[in-house]
Design a protein around this ligand. Sequence first.
Ligand SMILES: [Zn+2]
Length: 79
Amino acid sequence: MAERQWWLDQWPDGAEHIAGLVAQDVQDRLTDSGVRWPRCTACDDLHDHELRIEPELGPDPHWVCERAGMTVSPLGDLT
Ligand SMILES: [Zn+2]
């Protein structure tokens, strides 16, 4: 996280751009702990699978289901 803070210091307008990266960090950490998060409940595929953040680095990141190829929700608006 220190590295992200460095980014922010160098690039004050970058907060929205790195939101996806931060979410990716959280997801990676949970995955390392054996937790699949966030679990997709948006599509018809009943096999457990998780959402991915898209784009990882850029404005307006969204959670997407790669199986269905659909956008599920904006980052931070996941229910
Ligand atoms: Zn899905």
